[in-house]
Design a protein. Structure first.
Length: 129
């Protein structure tokens, strides 16, 4: 039997260590068992389910802002558009292109232009497929 686990974990912003699981799904060939919804559909794509899970997590009463950290499987314009208004970090393919300031640019070139500093006081949510 093939099982797939989808998990969202709350991580400490300073150490990266886990604090708690926020949402878990186990997907079998027949059904999705979920800790956060009874409406999980077997036919949803990974990214559709992830967008639903992120919306659920964002509705919870956290005292600090959340940053959703998503692995390369989340390198999708559709998901990035669904994340509008959210704080997120996606590990992209280096040769992917985005439009930035009305110009098409490779994400690795854009990343090298950004000035990034650690601000603290964020909780990170790591999404695993």
């Amino acid at each position: 039997m093939l099982l797939k686990l989808q998990a969202s974990l709350l991580l400490n912003d300073e150490t990266g260590g886990p604090i708690a699981p926020l949402a878990l799904n186990v997907m079998t060939a027949e059904k999705v068992f979920s800790t956060y919804t009874q409406d999980a559909k077997r036919g949803d794509t990974h990214l559709e389910e992830l967008a639903n899970r992120i919306n659920y997590i964002e509705e919870q009463p956290f005292k600090r802002p959340l940053v959703h950290t998503i692995d390369r499987e989340g390198d999708s314009v559709e998901l990035m558009r669904a994340m509008k208004g959210r704080r997120w970090l996606v590990r992209c393919r280096s040769n992917s292109h985005v439009t930035y300031q009305n110009t098409s640019i490779r994400v690795d070139n854009l990343a090298n232009q950004l000035d990034v500093t650690h601000a603290g006081y964020w909780w990170h949510v790591w999404h695993v497929f």
